[in-house]
Design a protein around this ligand. Structure first.
Ligand code: IVH
Length: 679
């Protein structure tokens, strides 16, 4: 049907009106109409657009999502999306200004833009002639993913800019996040539907943006605050960040109401303190503040490092603390029999996740905390760190206090327990103990060990309970017909699992040694042992003295290795595993002169593009180098790829040589080929 001029006018008016209400509701938090009235306006618009075929990608009616996409397209950011250096206190913030003042001469105080550091997902929005044409994630800073379909469902993000004076091409950057209320609402819904609850708002926002089906994304009330401008052409922008924020808001883009422009670093510190004091009252999660030099001219004069601007700094807040009740303490048995007290807590939302249990480490820690079951306790969690019970709440009421008592027998198998040193308690049950059996099988099958795809915790649990598997060698005798009797295991999955178990038999010596779960022998030590001794039979005969010669192996690890191979049950298990067909490529043991990197400590950081990190590490170690996880004065060189952050910064600070992946490859190839010619 052809639309009359009146209908066209009404549609245009409804679109403007709906976008205005979107902004009032989602950005300004100041709605003028009820949700029902909004829905009625939207329904009228949808009806008119359908009847007169007036669909438009910039209409508010298009925000409900569309058919799923087949996959994500990669987007290259013409101007890389940088990351931020961070500080944790006021003195370090002053030092940040000190570094700026060494680079540029400034009369008087510097003006700064202070903003909350919103805990969400960094994105880039591209507007052409005021129309949103593309949205992308930050990705690694250079290449991100096209998420336009999902971003179009976010009501506070204009599909069309309002006002005037915007550049014809404008890239706006900012943080997309899920507010606390939105998160709580989604989880209430998930509980009602008995579906999986979401861990924290940031992961939920990230997961939502990675949906191929934008109709699902439309159900999550994501929001955004813009924090900078990237690419811009065809138009002039103000010469300060503050000016840009004012313009962005005029064009209908959401900017953070908590931002402030201040005129000295001391006021920045006061801003950070103030923001911290209102942190819990904010409707969204923040993990700190961002302090930026306000003037663009000054920003250019100060310049940027490889990954971070020198004119901006993140001020990270201390870990969040909340109090909750200690409901009970259970004792968990680990792979090597260690018994650990675990606190069961009344669920509490802290540091961005809901915590309902956490380790208390050992009985010494329990004594140090001086807590009893039923007490109110303080939980602390920072970033991605494991939540921690930090203290009891003094003076809190506990009507029915119960002491936390270490078990005298293993809570799983009832075997006796022994005390090891001052703090550890260990179950003496060995493989009699179901918990130790399950844990040792889980470790054996884990990704960095034999990597048995599909052998998850639930299946291991059933295999051990049904006594189908007593130790890891039993895995290789499993048949698909047996596995099919397990819960939720079909014929196909059973066959797949049998094939995965068979495939895992071709491994490497370092992985096999790691899989055995010898105490204190982690991946790095397993690699060193394999490269040093070359074969299992040689390692089996090694003495404490010869073990101590291996880099990274001290007397305690040496002791554990010797006692593992002195145990006849272990020797029998090794023989059975080898009978099952476990094999690995031979390792030629390098002599001193064929290990030219002996004495060098190397750190790898950022993304390696041509080599996997494990391969790079293995090849460096084979050449005699020690590959360390952190940069210190004893680091010889750092090889940094894209995305390198704090380790690169530390190396620069300590004046340690830094090179890239091409140089690393060159080094490996030249040393390896010169060794071949010696052979
Ligand atoms: S500015 C060149 N401002 O923090 C500066 N970032 O650690 C680039 N973030 O990737 C970032 N709130 O995801 C800036 N007000 C804010 C921010 C903010 C959150 C995030 C952003 C960035 C990360 C850097």
């Amino acid at each position: 049907m052809i639309a009359s001029p009146e209908i066209l006018d009404e549609v245009a008016g409804l679109r403007l009106e709906l976008e205005r209400h979107n902004r009032l509701y989602h950005t300004l938090d100041n709605p003028e109409i009820t949700d029902a009235d909004y829905d009625a306006l939207l329904a009228r618009l949808v009806m008119l657009e359908d009847t007169y075929d007036l669909h438009s990608p910039t209409s508010p009616s298009s925000r409900v999502g569309a058919e799923p996409l087949p996959g994500f397209t990669q987007i290259t950011h013409e101007i890389p999306m940088l990351s931020l250096d961070k500080v944790f206190d006021g003195d370090d913030l002053r030092a940040f200004e000190g570094r700026i003042l060494k680079r540029v001469e400034i009369d008087g105080e510097i003006t700064y833009s202070c903003e909350p550091k919103v805990d969400g997902v960094a994105v880039s929005l591209l507007y052409e002639n005021g129309v949103l044409i593309r949205a992308a994630t930050r990705g690694d800073g250079t290449v991100g993913e096209d998420i336009t379909h999902n971003v179009r469902t976010i009501r506070s993000i204009p599909l069309k800019l309002s006002g005037r004076g915007f550049p014809s091409l404008l890239e706006v950057r900012g943080e997309i996040f899920l507010g606390k209320r939105g998160f709580a609402h989604l989880n209430e819904q998930a509980r009602l539907d008995q579906s999986k609850v979401f861990v924290n708002p940031r992961n939920t926002a990230a997961g939502t943006l990675r949906q191929l089906d934008s109709r699902r994304a439309a159900k999550v009330p994501l929001q955004m605050y813009c924090y900078s401008v990237g690419l811009h052409e065809g138009g002039k922008l103000p010469d300060s960040l503050d000016g840009v924020f004012i313009s962005l808001a005029e064009w209908g883009l959401p900017t953070n109401p908590q931002r402030q422009v201040v005129k000295s670093i001391d006021r920045c510190i006061a801003y950070c303190d103030e923001l911290l004091s209102i942190r819990n009252a904010l409707e969204y999660e923040i993990d700190g503040a961002v302090i930026k030099v306000d003037s663009f001219n000054l920003q250019s004069a100060i310049g940027t490092n490889a990954r971070t601007p020198r004119w901006a700094m993140a001020y990270k807040f201390p870990a969040e603390e909340k109090s909750t009740r200690l409901i009970d303490v259970e004792f968990q048995v680990g792979r090597t029999g260690t018994i650990t007290p675990v606190a069961r807590l009344e669920p509490v939302f802290v540091g961005g996740v809901t915590v309902s249990n956490t380790t208390l480490h050992n009985m010494d820690e329990v004594a140090r905390l001086g807590i009893r079951i039923g007490d109110e306790v303080v939980i602390r969690r920072a970033g991605d760190v494991i939540p921690k019970v930090v203290r009891g709440v003094p003076g809190s009421v506990n009507p029915n206090p119960r002491p936390i008592v270490a078990p005298s027998h293993c809570p799983v198998c009832g075997s006796s327990v022994e005390k090891e040193g001052d703090v550890l308690i260990r179950c003496n049950g060995g493989l009699v103990c179901g918990a130790q059996r399950k844990e040792s099988i889980r470790h054996f099958a884990s990704r960095n060990a034999l990597d048995i795809d599909g052998l998850g915790e639930r299946i291991i649990e059933q295999l051990v309970e049904a006594e189908l598997v007593r130790d890891v060698a039993d895995l290789f005798g499993l048949e698909a017909s047996t596995l099919m009797n397990l819960e939720r295991m079909g014929a196909k999955s059973a066959e797949k699992l049998v094939a995965a178990i068979a495939d895992s038999r071709r491994t490497t010596l370092p992985k096999f040694l790691y899989a055995l779960g010898i105490r204190e022998v982690g991946e790095a030590t397993a690699l060193q042992l394999a490269n040093h001794f070359g074969d299992l039979s040689v390692l089996q005969e090694a003495t404490i003295e010869s073990l101590i010669d291996v880099p990274d192996v001290g007397p305690i690890v040496a002791e554990h290795v010797v006692s593992f191979f002195a145990n006849t049950a272990n020797i029998a298990l090794l023989a059975r595993l080898q009978e099952c067909g476990i094999t690995w490529p031979k390792i030629s043991v390098a002599s001193g002169e064929s290990r030219p990197l002996i004495g060098q400590t190397i750190v790898l950081t950022g993304t390696l593009e041509k080599l996997s990190r494990n391969e790079a590490k293995a090849r460096l170690v084979a050449l005699g180098a020690k590959v360390a996880g952190s940069v210190s004065k004893s680091t010889s060189i750092v090889y940094a790829g894209p995305g390198a952050g704090s380790k690169l910064a530390k190396a620069t600070e300590l004046g340690i040589e830094v090179d890239d992946e091409t140089a690393l490859l060159g080094l490996l190839q030249s040393l390896e080929s010169s060794l071949k010619s010696i052979d």
